[in-house]
Design a protein around this ligand. Structure first.
Ligand code: PMP
Length: 355
């Protein structure tokens, strides 16, 4: 068995893979594959209904928020958010905490004026800026709750006088959040939600319909709300697998239980990084991500040897992002604590080996 530390697409529970594969052959005893049924069939309508209910329950999404199942990834949201939430000439406020945040800023600038309230770029995004001013005349304030590449995470919602928009792609469903503190949340599915191809948007309905612009219907949240995420053909299989994964999460005890496990996994690994003289974690202690643990070696010339040993022990996808180097262990919901224990064992074995 492989232990998959990949950053996304990533590990999902084994039973989800099994149930999904069964539905590829015979979905719900219909004698049809999930891959061939109509998105407008009543069987699939039930899947969408259940997936939405699971998200609503797990995250306690208030009733005045819509939950949308879209395509185009989080990157499409980089454009859709400014298109749907700003009037012509209105500016937007962004916090720059890493590559994904700066990509979101770049895209927003194609739509309107962006004020970057603070940036972590000068310290190579190893810490999250804490002091900044959010202008109260901007349309919204955007931040990225978890920086998948640099391994930092914002646990508290910044205090904002304007609606908060959050790219929660890599930590949604990993810990408790209060949805009512946000105007809009979006996330590519391919970490804690399900397979790639699906994007979730959770939006406060009150924020929509005030732009004065006519948007292409496909990029207008209101088209998707009106059509209950069936404006165009939704990613049927991805939604189905997301439903299976959300059922798994609920059965496990929901967000409270998974948060406890995620804290335990991250603590175990960071403790070893801090103890083991061969390794170091570049992120500031208070900003360390629970989902993506980025770490390097004191002696970078040993990195390929460590990676080879880890691979030999069936620990895969540990190589750091090309812009950061070193290693990145992604500890998403479906990764068991036992895989983290194994990684720590290999780090200790390597320490002995190079002594
Ligand atoms: N935002 C964050 C925080 C991400 O981690 C990623 C992808 N890993 C993206 C945005 C881009 O997502 P997508 O590939 O779904 O467009």
């Amino acid at each position: 068995m492989k232990h998959n530390f990949g950053a996304g697409p990533c590990i999902l529970p084994q039973e989800v893979f099994k149930q999904a594969s069964e539905a590829v052959i015979n979905f719900n005893d219909t004698g049809l594959s999930i891959l061939e049924i109509s998105h407008r069939s009543k069987e699939f309508e039930a899947v969408v209904f259940e997936t939405e209910s699971l998200i609503r329950d797990l995250l306690s999404v208030p009733s005045n928020y819509s939950i949308l199942f879209l395509q185009g990834g989080a990157r499409q949201q980089f454009a859709m958010v400014p298109m749907n939430l700003t009037r012509e000439g209105e500016r937007m406020a962004y916090l720059d905490t890493g590559s994904w945040a700066s990509n979101a800023i770049k895209e927003a600038r194609n739509i309107g004026d962006v004020e970057v309230v603070a940036s972590g770029k000068d310290n190579n995004y190893t810490s999250i800026p804490k002091t900044y001013h959010i202008p109260n005349d901007a349309a919204f304030f955007h931040y990225t709750s978890n920086n998948t590449i640099f391994g930092t995470e914002l646990f508290d919602v910044p205090n904002s006088p304007i609606p908060v928009v959050c790219d929660m792609s890599s930590d949604i469903l990993s810990r408790k959040i209060d949805v009512s503190q946000y105007g809009l949340i979006y996330a590519g599915a391919q970490k804690n939600i399900g397979p790639a191809g699906l994007t979730i948007v959770i939006v406060n309905n009150d924020l929509l319909g005030n732009t004065g612009r006519t948007l292409p219907a496909i990029f207008d949240y209101q088209s998707h709300i009106k059509a209950k995420s069936m404006y165009n053909t939704p990613p049927v299989f991805s939604i189905y697998v997301a439903m299976l994964n959300l059922r798994w999460l609920r059965l496990k005890g929901g967000i409270e239980e998974i948060e406890r496990e995620n804290i335990a996994k991250a603590r175990k690994l960071y403790e070893e990084i801090d103890r083991n003289p061969l390794f170091k974690g570049p992120a500031d202690l208070e900003d360390r991500s629970r989902m993506n643990v980025a770490f390097t070696m004191e002696d970078p010339s040993l990195e390929s040897e460590f990676l080879a040993l880890a691979t030999e022990r069936d620990l895969v996808a540990l190589k750091g992002h090309r812009s950061v180097g070193g290693f990145r262990a992604s500890l998403y919901n479906a990764l068991p604590l036992s895989s983290v224990h194994l990684l720590v064992d290999v780090m200790q074995e390597f320490e002995e080996k190079v002594k």
